[in-house]
Ligand binder design. Structure first.
Ligand SMILES: C[S@@+](CC[C@H](N)C(=O)[O-])C[C@H]1O[C@@H](n2cnc3c(N)ncnc32)[C@H](O)[C@@H]1O
Length: 292
């Protein structure tokens, strides 16, 4: 059994490969990666003004800021901010008097986000390197914690829930999009690649809400959910396994890049997972508050 640090290293390696590949593979058009984000989330108007790379390098499973009441001048923290799509949406909401802080552990993701921030010339976003289990953020300092398809990847979810409670100001709110599962088969739980695709490490909605309440959060509830059927789980995993399993630095001509074909072993696994997971995986928006 890998320990928690080994799990995080596998996750970081996989997203380093994925974001590197999504920026400029084969010199052609950048591909959009996270298919779950396309189903669960952003309207054209949400993304029209954002840096192109932040949008195509999105690996989320929803839009945590849709219908949120984030206001001008507030501070927002995004756990596992990736290439930055939600940082930019939050930045527009808080305006020049507000502040947005992204936290991520993967250097390649942080580099991508910083390139996108520089390209957009946005001054109210800062990305910090760190773990969501040990946030590099002051106690009682932020109005909102958001996150998009990240907490499922943590091997220490109770620590993450405690950190959310710690950094929020009294009365502060959490709004995250994440994957929830019901009764995963053992083989899925034990497959690191399916862990990396946001399924193998996910917990049930009841466990998620109980973890938040144990950390001190109140009014924890799921406000919307999208249940994936087999026809959605296949492409969801394929889009990740394809890239995450690539050994090739130079992707041109390889069998596993640019949508040019998934390895046969991966396809067998994708089909088996799609069948076994039909109806058991969903993305949900979960909200909770720190008591005032
Ligand atoms: C599925 S991607 C989502 C990225 C982004 N939220 C989005 O919607 O595009 C997961 C991100 O979380 C980061 N991550 C995963 N586990 C983490 C941890 N324990 N601490 C910090 N970052 C983590 C990864 O590096 C990656 O950037």
């Amino acid at each position: 059994m890998p320990d928690n640090d080994q799990i995080r290293t596998h996750v970081a390696d996989s997203y380093a490969k994925a974001v590197t590949r999504s920026t400029g593979c084969c010199g052609g058009e950048k591909e959009t990666r996270g298919v779950a984000a396309q189903w669960a989330g952003y309207s054209i108007s949400d993304t029209a003004e954002l840096p192109h790379d932040a949008v195509v390098s999105s690996f989320g499973c929803g839009n945590p800021l849709a219908f949120s009441e984030v206001k001008e001048g507030q501070t927002v923290v995004d756990l596992g901010s990736g290439a930055g799509i939600d940082l930019f949406i939050a930045s527009q909401k808080v305006g020049p008097t507000g502040k947005v802080i992204g936290v991520d552990m993967t250097d390649e993701m942080i580099d991508a986000a910083n390139r996108n921030i520089a390209e957009a010339g946005v001054e109210n976003i800062e990305v910090r390197k760190g773990l969501i289990e040990e946030l590099p953020i002051e106690d009682n300092s932020v109005d909102w914690v958001i996150s998009n398809c990240v907490i499922n990847l943590s091997p220490e979810k109770d620590k993450v829930f405690s950190e959310i409670f710690r950094v929020l100001k009294p009365g502060g709110q959490m709004r995250v999009s994440d994957i929830m599962v019901d009764e995963l088969p053992e083989w899925v739980r034990n497959d690191q690649r399916l862990y990396n695709t946001c399924i193998g490490g996910a917990i049930s909605e009841d466990e998620y809400l109980a973890g938040l309440r144990k950390a001190g959060m109140t009014d924890a509830r799921a406000v919307e959910s999208l249940v994936y059927d087999a026809s959605q789980i296949g492409p969801l995993i394929e889009s990740e396994v394809d890239g995450l399993d690539s050994e090739s630095e130079s992707c041109c001509g390889s069998s596993s890049c640019c949508g040019g074909g998934t390895k046969i072993a991966d396809m067998d696994e994708v089909k088996r997972a799609a069948k076994d997971l039909h109806g058991k995986v969903r993305s949900s928006i979960v909200v909770a508050s720190k008591p005032a």
